[in-house]
Design a protein around this ligand. Structure first.
Ligand SMILES: Nc1ncnc2c1ncn2[C@@H]1O[C@H](COP(=O)(O)OP(=O)(O)OP(=O)(O)O)[C@@H](O)[C@H]1O
Ligand SMILES: [Mg+2]
Length: 379
C-alpha cells in the first residue's frame, strides 16, 4: 500500500474520530437502489481522486464490480493499480482532505456508501464491513495488550460488560487459531510473531461478525508458510460465518487458490472481470495474459528466466484516457489507441473485458463487440 493512507490500524477504524469528516462527496445523479437479491456489494462507475500539486488526479477511474453473497472476489493487479484506493473508497477511509470520491455508487444493503451520512456509515464500518490490512504491526496499537484491542472493537458496537467482551476476545483469538489464547490476551503486539499478529488483526476485524470482509494484501508481509496458514484460516472463517470476502493481492497464485470471481485492475480501471476458472482458462486482455505468464510454474524448465512485465504502471499524472496497457503490451499501437476509452463489454456470461483494439483484438477490432455483447456504463 502506498503512503500514509495505508497505515491505519483496525483500532483507528473503530475508535478514532472519522478521518474524513468533511470529505466532499461530489453530487451524484440520483439512482435507484438495486433489488434485494442484488450482490452484497455493487460498485457502479466509482471514481476516486486526490488533490495534488498537479491538480486533481484520478486513481480509481470508473470502476464497476459485483461481489456476490458468500463468495470471494479477488482483485489483482500490480503495485499502483488502484486496489487499495478502491478498498479505502468502500470504507470511506480516504486521506482527508485530499482524497475524495468524485463519482459513482457503492451499494451495500440497499444504501449507497458513497453518499451515506457519516453517522450511518459508522454503523456499517467495522460492524458490517470489516477490513484486514497487509502489515499487522502497523495495524495494531503497540502500547495496548491485544486482548484490550479486540475487546475495544467489540465494545464499540455491542453492549457488553468488560468481562463479557474479554471472554469474547478470548473466543476470537481461539477461532483465529492462536495457541494458548488465554496467555496471549495479555501480550503486547511485539511479543507475538508476524503470523500471530495478523491473526490478532483478523480477530479484530471479525469482532462484530461482519458480513463483508475486505482483505487488502493480508499476507504479503508474511513468509510463504505463514501466508498459506493465514489464507486457510480466512477460508475456514469465511465458510463458518458465511461471510463475503474481497481479497486484494498482486499474486494470481493466491487468487487461483482462494477466489470465486476475479477482477483484474490496471492503472485505476478494471480491465477484465470473470469467474476465476474462466479467467485462468480464457484470459482475454493482454494485461491478464501477462500477469498469468508471470506466475512461476512449478514444473517449468529449470533456469528459465521468470517472465516479468516490462515497464511500470503509469503514475496518476501520466494516465491517458484510452487503453492504458497498450504501451507495455509489446503489441503495435498508435496514439489514437490512447485517446478513447475502450468499451467494457460482456463477451460471454459473466466475462467482461475492456475491449481494447490493441490489448484484446491484437491490433484488430477487439472481440465480441458486435451483436449480443453488452456494454457497461464505464468512463
Ligand atoms: N494519498 C495519496 N495521495 C496521492 N496519490 C495516492 C495516494 N494514495 C495512493 N495514491 C496513488 O493512487 C494510485 C493507486 O494506489 P493504490 O495504493 O490503490 O495502489 P495498489 O494497487 O493498492 O498498489 P500496491 O499493490 O502497491 O498496494 C497510485 O498511483 C498511488 O500513487
Ligand atoms: Mg495496495
Amino acid at each position: 500500500m502506498r503512503g500514509a493512507v495505508c497505515h491505519k490500524s483496525p483500532e483507528f477504524f473503530t475508535t478514532m474520530p472519522d478521518p474524513t469528516p468533511a470529505a466532499p462527496i461530489v453530487a451524484q445523479p440520483a439512482a435507484a437502489a438495486p433489488p434485494s437479491d442484488a450482490p452484497v456489494l455493487r460498485i457502479e462507475n466509482l471514481s476516486t481522486a486526490f488533490e495534488t500539486e498537479n491538480g486533481l488526479l484520478t486513481a480509481v477511474d470508473g470502476v464497476s464490480l459485483d461481489v456476490p453473497r458468500g463468495k470471494t472476489l479477488g482483485i489483482v493487479g500490480e503495485s499502483g493499480s488502484g486496489k487499495s484506493v478502491t478498498a479505502l473508497s468502500i470504507m470511506r477511509l480516504l486521506p482527508h482532505p485530499h482524497g475524495k470520491i468524485i463519482g459513482g455508487h457503492i451499494w451495500f444493503d440497499g444504501r449507497d456508501l458513497a453518499a451515506l451520512p457519516l453517522s450511518e456509515l459508522r454503523q456499517i464500518r467495522g460492524r458490517r464491513i470489516g477490513m484486514v490490512f497487509q502489515e499487522p504491526m502497523t495495524a495494531l496499537n503497540p502500547s495496548h495488550r491485544v486482548g484490550k484491542q479486540i475487546a475495544e472493537a467489540i465494545l464499540l458496537h455491542e453492549r457488553l460488560s468488560k468481562a463479557e467482551a474479554r471472554q469474547r476476545a478470548l473466543e476470537l483469538l481461539a477461532q483465529a487459531g492462536i495457541p494458548a489464547p488465554q496467555e496471549r490476551l495479555d501480550a503486547y503486539p511485539h511479543q507475538l510473531s508476524g503470523g500471530m499478529r495478523q491473526r490478532v488483526v483478523i480477530a479484530i476485524a471479525l469482532a462484530c461478525n461482519p458480513e463483508l470482509l475486505i482483505c487488502d494484501e493480508p499476507t504479503t508481509a508474511l513468509d510463504v508458510t505463514i501466508q498459506a496458514q493465514i489464507l486457510d484460516l480466512l477460508k475456514k472463517l469465511k465458510a463458518q460465518r458465511n461471510m463475503t470476502v474481497i481479497l486484494i493481492t498482486h499474486d494470481l497464485g493466491v487468487i487461483a487458490e482462494n477466489a470465486d470471481d476475479v477482477a483484474v485492475m490496471y492503472a485505476g480501471r478494471i480491465v477484465e472481470r470473470a469467474p476465476a476458472e474462466t479467467l485462468f482458462t480464457r484470459p482475454l486482455h493482454a494485461y491478464t495474459q501477462a500477469l498469468l505468464q508471470a506466475i512461476p510454474a512449478l514444473e517449468g524448465v529449470p533456469k528459465t528466466p521468470l517472465f516479468s512485465i516490462k515497464g511500470q504502471v503509469p503514475s496518476l499524472g501520466e494516465l491517458k484516457p484510452g487503453c492504458r496497457f497498450a504501451p507495455r503490451s509489446g503489441r503495435p499501437y498508435t496514439e489514437a489507441d490512447l485517446l478513447e476509452r475502450p468499451p467494457f463489454v460482456e463477451i460471454e456470461p459473466g466475462h467482461w473485458v475492456e475491449n481494447s483494439r490493441v490489448c484484446v483484438g491484437g491490433g484488430g477490432e477487439g472481440v465480441g463487440g458486435g451483436e449480443g455483447a453488452q456494454v457497461e456504463g464505464q468512463g
